[in-house]
Design a protein around this ligand. Structure first.
Ligand SMILES: [Zn+2]
Length: 166
């Protein structure tokens, strides 16, 4: 459970020790995720295994959650189940990241220690589209255009749709 989770970790040391963490975490603890969640309730389940793959220090495992995002077209809820396989290699520089085998995503270590929850949060953020939208959003029908709220800073979802139709 959450109580046993260390907050800050030294991932390279954990990889040497081949430590594993398994548990669940309230979504409300993941600060950056809040911007994209319509509903902050719920849990993320995770399993993270630190270890070595040859010379690589790696983190593998899975992150699973049921998220509720907001459609950027009609502003209604979108159910977004996430079941991600984690396969990260710990690297100290961009150059090192370029040399990784393709099956690994780089986890760039800018400091010696990181927040364990950051790994989980990052995986969830990667699993979310940059502009969440219903596949067949009812608000995207032309007659609904006048009802679109004024959000000049967001990319126009209709422009994206137009691109897709080309
Ligand atoms: Zn929608």
């Amino acid at each position: 459970m959450v109580e046993h989770l260390p907050e800050r970790i030294d991932p390279l040391a954990l990889a040497e020790k081949r430590r594993q963490f398994k548990g669940s975490l309230p979504l409300s603890q993941l600060v950056r995720l809040q911007d994209v969640l319509l509903n902050p309730e719920g849990l993320v389940r995770f399993e993270l295994r630190f270890g070595k793959d040859g010379k690589l220090s790696a983190v593998t495992g899975s992150v699973e959650a049921y998220l509720e995002l907001q459609c950027q077209c009609c502003l209604g809820p979108i159910a977004w189940p996430v079941d991600s396989q984690v396969k990260l290699a710990l690297v100290g520089s961009i150059d090192e990241a370029d040399l990784l085998p393709e099956s690994y995503e780089p986890l760039l270590l800018e400091e010696e220690t990181i927040l364990l929850t950051d790994i989980i949060q990052e995986e969830l953020l990667l699993a979310i589209p940059s502009i969440p939208q219903h596949g067949q959003c009812k608000a995207s029908a032309p007659k609904e255009v006048a009802k679109m709220p004024d959000t000049p800073k967001r990319p126009n979802p209709f422009a994206v749709l137009a691109e897709l139709k080309k």
